[in-house]
Design a protein around this ligand. Structure first.
Ligand SMILES: [Zn+2]
Length: 180
């Protein structure tokens, strides 16, 4: 059975982005736990989280965790900040024509299919030299699920129904990307 590692960004002393009464570290964990539950309910998979509580974990330790498990896919969960709105995803530079890029097409598309219904902007499928993308030995992706400093975006991120919806889209996208 394939092992999928979900990586809720930040944690513990590192809150990540903060805005509109929300902390990134709490939202990434909420979504990570929901995606794990949905994946295990719908597919025959072994889903592990790099953290299941509010603790700080080094980026290299997150990658090592997935490498040591021999995971099939690494999905890092984050929320954006810096004055924008909408959704974007990242893979390691130069991997867009590989399996990593094919999976990004599928997962990104599945999440956007859900978000478009809320009028949210597709910021694109991007590449970045992030540690968790660089140091993981398997295909990996990092999702930036809306902006914590946008009132429009956080009105959605504060809605439990929306959080379940985006978690469902991520789980479905992972299932399709892995042909489960
Ligand atoms: Zn982050």
């Amino acid at each position: 059975m394939p092992i999928i590692v979900l990586d809720p960004g930040h944690g513990g002393t590192d809150p990540g982005a903060i805005g509109n009464g929300l902390q990134e570290k709490n939202l990434t964990l909420t979504i990570g736990l929901k995606v794990k539950q949905l994946l295990e309910a719908n597919y025959i998979v072994d889903v592990r989280l790099t953290r299941e509580t509010d603790v700080f974990i080094e980026l290299s330790d997150r990658a090592d965790f997935a490498n040591n498990l021999g995971a099939s896919y690494f999905v890092s969960l984050h929320h954006n900040a810096g004055g924008g709105t909408g959704f974007e995803s990242f893979i390691y530079p130069g991997t867009s024509s590989s399996e990593t890029g094919r999976r990004q097409d599928v997962l990104h598309g599945e999440v956007m299919k859900f978000l478009t219904g809320f009028g949210l902007r597709d910021r694109g499928q991007k590449e970045a030299n992030f540690a968790v993308l660089r140091e993981t030995a398997m295909p990996a992706i990092l999702l930036e699920n809306l902006f914590i400093d946008s009132v429009n975006d956080t009105n959605l991120l504060k809605d439990p129904t929306f959080l379940t919806g985006i978690s469902n889209a991520i789980a479905s996208g992972i299932g399709k990307a892995l042909n489960l």
